[in-house]
Design a protein around this ligand. Structure first.
Ligand code: 13P
Length: 287
């Protein structure tokens, strides 16, 4: 059964580790992530962007697929199904479709409007027992056509949003979705420190997990990050393994064209990436 992300993140913040959010794109992705979480006895959050939701034929299809897998694969570790960077309308749709967690990204609105809209969704999630993530300070890079500049959040604004009763808070600290450019300045630990000082026990979320060096990840966890989002890195692992399979001509040998064979190396590569991240984040054995 899907669970809210609240308990797993409260435990992670107290235990100084982070739970990974891995974004899903299709059945292979979802299966690879769930199997790895189960093998490593780790809690996990499945992230679904609005674009990926559409691609997978809508939120109800996603809920049906994930719930089916939890049962048929005997997944017993805590799993949250979470909307990633949701709009207000998208958040409402996911609540209705049976997601156990949502993110409302109001970071591009003026702070008053972000507060107002977040507040309404906090009330709805509260009644239904769902977890909710809010965002202050937009995350850089491009995701589903939304381009952010990689701002550093204002700690006062973070406190205002945290006080609304959200479960977790994403604060921009110079992080970017996708690959980091050569001239990236690194994470602003000064901002993170100031945000944590204002928001106390609130689990903080680090977006743009792809390509952040291990020492920065560890430091971010020590400063209150309890959830780390990874998307692009699984896509790159999948791509590399699939390319290798085809370049080696394996798709042309025997029944190598069978999609169950063709997609297998990519799925194994996703598993390896998820394992590496769970070990780095410290969530192994914490289910
Ligand atoms: P990356 O694609 O950079 O890993 O970012 C993922 C993310 O933050 C999803 O919200």
């Amino acid at each position: 059964m899907l669970v809210s992300a609240k308990e797993m993140l409260t435990k992670a913040k107290a235990g100084k580790y982070a739970v990974g959010q891995f974004n899903i794109n299709n059945l292979e992705w979802t299966k690879a992530i769930l199997q790895t979480a189960q093998e490593l006895n780790s809690p996990v959050i499945l992230g679904v962007s609005e674009g990926a939701g559409k691609y997978m034929c809508g939120y109800k299809t996603v809920v049906g697929m994930v719930n089916g897998m939890l049962e048929e694969l005997n997944i017993t570790v805590p799993v949250a199904l979470h909307l990633d960077h949701g709009s207000f309308e998208g958040a409402k749709a996911c609540i209705n479709a049976g997601f156990s967690s949502i993110m409302f990204d109001g970071s591009h609105y003026p702070i008053e409007e972000n507060i107002e809209k977040t507040k309404q969704l906090v009330n709805a999630c509260d009644i239904l027992g769902l977890s909710i993530e809010a965002e202050v300070g937009s995350i850089g890079g491009e995701e589903d056509g939304v381009v952010g500049a990689g701002e550093c959040a204002d700690p006062e604004e973070c406190k205002m949003i945290a006080d609304l009763g959200v479960t977790m808070l994403a604060a921009g600290i110079g992080n970017i979705h996708g690959k980091y450019p050569e001239n990236w300045q690194g994470l602003s630990f000064e901002t993170l420190d100031a945000v944590q000082a204002k928001t106390g026990d609130m689990p903080l979320v680090l977006h743009g997990g792809t390509g952040i060096p291990a020492d920065m990840i560890k430091k971010a966890i020590s400063l209150g990050v309890a959830k780390i989002n990874v998307n692009t890195e699984c896509q790159l692992s999948f791509q590399e393994a699939t390319r290798k399979y085809i370049e080696e001509g394996k798709d042309q040998q025997g029944k190598g064209f069978d999609p169950r064979k063709l997609l297998a190396p990519g799925a194994e590569a996703i598993k390896a990436t998820v394992k590496e991240k769970m070990e780095l984040f410290g969530s192994v054995g914490k289910a």
